[in-house]
Ligand binder design. Structure first.
Ligand code: GLU
Length: 432
C-alpha cells in the first residue's frame, strides 16, 4: 500500500438522489412485508397494521452554537409497533436523515427484534445534521436538546434509543444524563450503548461486527468455503466495518478491500488491517492517507468470496448486481441491496444474508445491556459473547430453514420470521 497524503477526493459519499432512494427503501420494505404476510397466511389487517409505524414525531431542536448564534436542527423518532414490548432502536446523526428513512429503519428494527426473539418492537431516531462539522460541545447540546424534545415518548419501558450511524457511547452518556435529570432519578435503562462505567455492557461496541462474523461463519459452511484464506471485501470502515475487518483478519481470512466515505483501498494480496485500524479517525476515515484509491462502486465489483456492505443504503442495485463476483453477500449496513438486486443475486445463486439478520448483533447486546441495567447486575464479557453467539446461530438457522422450506430468498425468509411475533402479539392484544 502506498501511503502518500493528502486526500485526492474530499467528497462525502452520497447517493445521487437520496430522498427518492429512501422513499424507495420505505416502499420496498412495505412490499416485502406484504409478501411475508401473505406467505404466512395472515389476513390483510396484519399488513395494514404493520405497513406504517404507529407513531412518528418530528422535532425542531434549537442549539446555541459556539459562535453565539442559534441553529435549529430537525430530528425524528419513529415507533413502528409496540405489541411485543417497548420499542427499541438507534439514533443516527447524518446530513441525509429524513422522515421516510427513519420510518423504514424503525420497521427494520421490529424485524431485527423479532428475528433475535427480543421482547421489543422497532423504533428509530435521527437528526439531520453533519456531526463532522460540530464541535464537541455543540454535539453535546444537540444530543441533550434531542432528548428534551422527544422525552414524552421515550423511556426504559417505552422506547429505548441506542447508537447508530455517527453516534457513539459519549453521545449515549449525554442523552442518559439528560433523561435522568429530566426524570430526577438515575435511568441507565433509558438508552443502550453507554460507556461501561455508566452501565454499558461488555461487548456492545463490537456487537454488530460479532453478529456479522457469526453469520459469515454460518454462511461459509453452506457454501463449502473455508473461512481461513477466504477473500473478503468490506465496504465501510465505521463501527461495524472496522471491527469486522479485525475479526476477519484474526480468523485468518484475507481482507482484500475496505472503504470509507471518500474512496476504497484494494489489494489482492490482503491489506494491512492493523495499520489501517491504527490510522482511521473517529468517523472511520482512512483512505485520505493514500493515493492509490478506487471508488466504492469499483470495490463492490472486485473479485472476492465474501462481500460485506457495511456503509450506507442502496449500494447494490439492478445496475451492478450482475457484476458482483462474491458468492456470499452479508449485509452489515441497513438496506445496502435493493429489492431488484436481491432477486438478481438470488437467481445467480449468491447467498445473501440480509441486514435484518446480519446486523441484529447490535440490538441483541443492547438488550443484554438493558437487562443488566434493570437487574443492576453486570455480566462478564464471555457471558455476553456466548449469549450473543447462541442468538445469532439460532436466528441464522431459523431463517435459512424458512428460506429452504418456502423456496424463497433469505430476505423474504427473514421478514417472515421477523414479523411472526409482532403479528401474533398484535392479534392477542386484539389489534388485528
Ligand atoms: N442502531 C443499531 C441497529 O440498527 C442498534 C440498535 C440498538 O442497539 O437498539 O440495529
Amino acid at each position: 500500500m502506498k501511503v502518500i497524503a493528502p486526500a485526492k477526493n474530499d467528497q462525502i459519499q452520497k447517493s445521487d438522489n437520496k430522498q427518492s432512494d429512501t422513499l424507495g427503501l420505505f416502499n420496498s420494505t412495505q412490499l416485502i412485508i406484504k409478501e411475508a404476510v401473505q406467505k404466512l397466511g395472515y389476513n390483510d389487517d396484519v399488513y395494514e397494521l404493520l405497513k406504517e409505524p404507529l407513531r412518528t414525531i418530528t422535532v425542531r431542536i434549537p442549539v446555541r452554537m459556539d459562535n453565539g448564534s442559534i441553529k435549529i436542527f430537525t430530528g425524528y423518532r419513529s415507533q413502528h409497533n409496540d405489541a411485543v414490548g417497548p420499542t427499541k432502536g438507534g439514533v443516527r446523526f447524518h446530513p441525509e436523515v429524513n422522515e421516510s428513512e427513519v420510518k423504514a429503519l424503525s420497521i427494520w428494527m421490529t424485524l431485527k427484534c423479532g428475528i433475535a426473539n427480543l421482547p421489543y418492537g422497532g423504533g428509530k431516531g435521527g437528526i439531520n445534521c453533519d456531526p463532522r462539522n460540530l464541535s464537541f460541545r455543540e454535539l453535546e447540546r444537540l444530543s441533550r436538546g434531542y432528548v428534551r424534545a422527544i422525552s414524552q415518548i421515550v423511556g426504559p419501558t417505552k422506547d429505548i434509543p441506542a447508537p447508530d450511524v455517527y453516534t457513539n457511547s459519549q453521545i449515549m452518556a449525554w442523552m442518559m444524563d439528560e433523561y435522568s435529570r429530566l426524570r430526577e432519578f438515575d435511568s441507565p435503562g433509558f438508552i443502550t450503548g453507554k460507556p461501561l462505567v455508566l452501565g454499558g455492557s461488555h461487548g456492545r461496541e463490537a456487537a454488530t461486527a460479532r453478529g456479522v462474523t457469526i453469520c459469515i461463519e454460518e454462511a461459509v459452511k453452506k457454501k463449502d468455503i473455508e473461512l481461513q484464506g477466504a477473500r473478503i471485501i468490506i465496504q465501510g470502515f465505521g463501527n461495524a466495518g472496522s471491527f469486522l475487518a479485525k475479526f476477519m483478519h484474526d480468523a485468518g481470512a484475507k481482507v482484500i478491500g475496505i472503504s470509507d466515505a471518500h474512496g476504497a483501498l484494494y489489494d489482492s494480496e490482503g491489506l494491512d488491517i492493523d495499520y489501517l485500524l491504527d490510522r482511521r479517525d473517529s468517523f472511520g476515515t482512512v483512505t485520505n492517507l493514500f493515493t492509490d484509491v478506487i471508488t466504492n462502486q469499483e470495490l463492490l465489483e472486485k473479485e472476492c468470496d465474501i462481500l460485506v456492505p457495511a456503509a450506507i443504503s442502496n449500494q447494490i442495485t439492478a445496475q451492478n448486481a450482475h457484476h458482483i463476483k462474491a458468492s456470499i453477500l452479508v449485509e452489515a449496513a441497513n438496506g445496502p441491496t435493493t429489492l431488484e438486486a436481491t432477486k438478481i443475486l438470488h437467481e445467480r445463486g449468491v447467498l445473501l444474508v440480509p441486514d435484518v439478520l446480519a446486523s441484529a448483533g447490535g440490538v441483541t447486546v443492547s438488550y443484554f445491556e438493558w437487562v443488566q441495567n434493570n437487574q443492576g447486575y453486570y455480566w462478564p464479557e464471555e457471558e455476553v459473547a456466548e449469549k450473543l453467539r447462541k442468538v445469532m446461530v439460532d436466528s441464522f438457522k431459523a431463517i435459512y430453514k424458512t428460506s429452504q422450506a418456502h423456496q424463497v430468498d433469505m430476505r423474504l425468509a427473514a421478514y417472515m420470521v421477523g414479523i411472526r411475533k409482532t403479528a401474533e402479539a398484535s392479534r392477542l392484544r386484539g389489534w388485528v
